[in-house]
Ligand binder design. Structure first.
Ligand code: ADP
Ligand code: ASP
Ligand code: MG
Length: 409
């Protein structure tokens, strides 16, 4: 008997009709002789709705209450799915994060999982129950409700699969696998049969929201067989398997293109250049808990330096205000910001052994008159920052330049 963890995202449980369809799929999996743990997200739009309710009040002092609020979305879905399973004659039992218990640290809205106690669940599974678990939520040592960051139900599912040593963790969503890029931006995107943990991690951290980054980290660390599949397709698809690199894998140089619309760029120019200037500029930003992504520094012949970096768009106003203050202190000529930018990245482990990828990338963008604002590279990725109006054109241009387009049928 295999133990399968299935996770259904927001659109997969977006209506009562969809919840019935999920219940049917769950029962079909059970009827093949499997034990099942099902992790669900809030119904689509629900988490955003709850956040916008809170945003009509001032939430700055209420991080703890924000988690109490947003975790209710998943609690609704576990109850509804369990009811749908009962109505179809299946034994099912719902669990919130606190009931499991999914122990996390106390960092509200981006808590990390520390431990999962599976005792009750194992007894329930052995007694023939389907276990329905609320994704995205946990509880800290003091019993406070926490949440795992947007998209966190993926991480709940992988963590459950690791803790229960499940045979497979299946992430059901509204696309039938991981594609070479977001199929909503490039309809010629091609579905991948397999992708390595390393590449998936890079894609996720560069903006591909099909899997939350931490879920991929977890799956890689605990070797959880992870598959992305569609809940909208009839029957059983094969989806995309996220796996360790193996000899037989056909090794494309570029496996995918990720993009991120959530960044903003800040520049401070004409700062007298001396040791410590980078830390003078970035120190106040990181002290305010703002994460910095890309950094570029240029030194001019006049002995002054220009410094550009990117932050999450949500932190843009705060970071700009801090930089303006720093600018005055350091005697900078100018401080400016731009929150209408995007980052586009090429990802592929095959890049390690291929020179010239970066220059082909820059040449392809230049042919479309797309100006590059920033560049950053690592062993298996190259990222550029461009004006947000070039997102679609940039992604499609690179998709075709690196032969990722699906063959016409
Ligand atoms: P869920 O609600 O099921 O968690 P998400 O919206 O979080 O679903 O993730 C699925 C979405 O991820 C797809 O609808 C697709 O638009 C987007 N996506 C982004 N990059 C990719 C990619 N490389 N492959 C597949 N889907 C992608
Ligand atoms: N409901 C949460 C969100 O919208 C978690 C998830 O869907 O994975 O981010
Ligand atoms: Mg998701």
């Amino acid at each position: 008997m295999a133990l399968i963890v299935q996770k259904y995202g927001g659109t997969s449980v977006g209506t009562i009709e969809r919840i019935h369809a999920v219940a049917e799929r769950v029962i079909a999996t059970r009827d093949k002789g499997n034990q099942l743990v099902v992790v669900v997200s809030a119904m689509s739009g629900e988490t955003n709705r709850l956040i916008s309710l809170a945003n009509q009040i001032d939430t700055r002092l209420s991080l703890r209450e924000m988690d109490v609020l947003v975790s209710t979305g998943e609690q609704t879905t576990i109850a509804l799915l369990s009811m749908a399973l009962h109505a179809k004659g299946a034994d099912a039992k719902s669990y919130t994060g606190a009931q499991i218990k999914m122990l996390t640290d106390s960092v509200h809205s981006k808590a990390r999982i520390k431990d999962i106690q599976c005792g009750n669940m194992q007894a329930d599974l052995a007694a023939g129950n389907i276990i329905v678990v609320a994704g995205f939520q946990g509880v800290d040592e003091q019993g406070n409700i926490t949440t795992l960051g947007r998209g966190g139900s993926d991480t709940t599912a992988v963590a459950m699969a690791a803790a229960l040593k499940a045979d497979e963790c299946q992430i059901y969503t509204d696309v039938d696998g991981v594609y070479t890029t977001d199929p909503r931006v490039e309809p010629k995107a091609r579905k991948l049969d397999r992708i390595t943990f390393e590449e998936m991690l890079e894609m996720a951290s560069l903006g591909s929201k099909v899997l939350q980054i931490r879920s991929v980290e977890f799956a890689g660390k605990y070797n959880v067989p992870l598959r992305v599949l569609s809940s909208f397709e009839d029957g059983e698809g094969v989806g995309t398997l996220i796996t360790t690199e193996d000899e037989e894998m056909e090794q494309a140089v570029i496996s995918g293109i990720a993009f991120n619309r959530d960044e903003a760029q800040l520049t401070i120019s004409g700062v007298p250049d001396k040791p410590g200037v980078a830390s003078d500029i970035l120190g106040p930003v990181t002290e305010a808990n703002i994460e910095i992504d890309m950094i570029v520094q240029n030194v001019g012949e006049d002995g002054t330096t220009d410094f550009t970096f990117t932050v999450h768009r949500n932190d843009y106003d705060k970071a700009l205000a801090l930089l303006e203050k720093t600018g005055k202190k350091l005697g900078a000529k100018k401080v400016k910001g731009n929150d209408a930018i995007v980052k586009i990245s090429l990802v592929g482990v095959g890049m390690r052994s291929h020179a010239g990828i970066a220059s082909s990338m820059f040449a392809a963008l230049a042919r479309e008159a797309i100006n590059i604002l920033m560049i950053s590279t690592s062993e298996i990725k190259i990222s550029v920052v461009v004006d947000e109006k070039y997102l679609e054109l940039g992604v499609r241009t690179l998709h075709s330049e690196f032969d990722l387009d699906q063959e016409a049928v």
